[in-house]
Design a protein around this ligand. Sequence first.
Ligand SMILES: [Zn+2]
Ligand SMILES: [Zn+2]
Length: 145
Amino acid sequence: MTASPTPTTAEELRGAGLRVTAARVALLETVRAGDHLGVESIASGVRHRVGHISLQAVYEALHALTAAGLVRRIEPAGHPARYEGRVGDNHHHIVCRSCGAVVDVDCAVGDAPCLAASDDRGFAIDEAEVVYWGTCPDCSTGRSS
Ligand SMILES: [Zn+2]
Ligand SMILES: [Zn+2]
């Protein structure tokens, strides 16, 4: 909770040491407006904002923004990667085994690593990757396929 004025998306890119392009601004805005979007959805959101952009360029921009810490990549096993703009709070995800829906769940502890290893084996551990797997309400009440 900071009271400082909110920087523009372009300022955030610059602050992260990234070159500012219309496509990167559109991409960051698309990811933030969305809810754990896949690459195809992000590409169509970016195209909606700035016109044509190749899927390859979307991948490259996502890679740069993820490396800069502006975007978080989630890759549930067996499902395509998703991207989100909620970064730095060590929140976790619940993934539906059936339809692949992804929802946020706040970290019970708040900072990483929130699970203490029983034996760190001499490693300096800075993160525990927690994914909860289950069946979403739609899939558990709805139709069985
Ligand atoms: Zn589901
Ligand atoms: Zn999330």
